[in-house]
Design a protein around this ligand. Sequence first.
Ligand code: RB5
Length: 162
Amino acid sequence: MTAMNVAIGCDEAALQLKETIKQHLVDQDRVPVEVTDFGVHTPDPVDYPDIAVQVAQAVAEGKCERGILLCGTGLGMAIAANKVPGIRAATCHDVFSAERAQKSNHAQIITLGARVIGPELAKKIVSAWLESNFAGGPSARKVEKIMQIEAKYHAHHGSCTR
Ligand code: RB5
């Protein structure tokens, strides 16, 4: 089986969790994975959108198949990643949501908060998402509608002020 290229990135709040998840991706053998690490590599403060955009871009361009973004809450990373056209990023703090994020929402990126959950749960969440595939069927129509919303607002160059 060809290894799945997974992009990973974090801010300083989730540096330790990134290392834990990288190790988990190597240790687990159910889905062969190749990891591309977009940092950060030091505890120096960084602005999470700077990392989110790199991971999201790598996924949007097809350089990486999926991405994992980690910050304090997982929220800022998701909000930022979802601004990159084509990206569906979902914050998942439980195993069921992680599975559905892939099966129903075809989320290429999951985000997790190092200040919200512990490392063992994070590993289970990552595995559930990694081992799930998009279900297609009625979900395909719904995901297509999400992408149509994006296309519509890009075409109009619309901006939202709040
Ligand atoms: C720290 O910068 C914190 O705001 C960040 O890690 C994240 O929780 C943002 O959503």
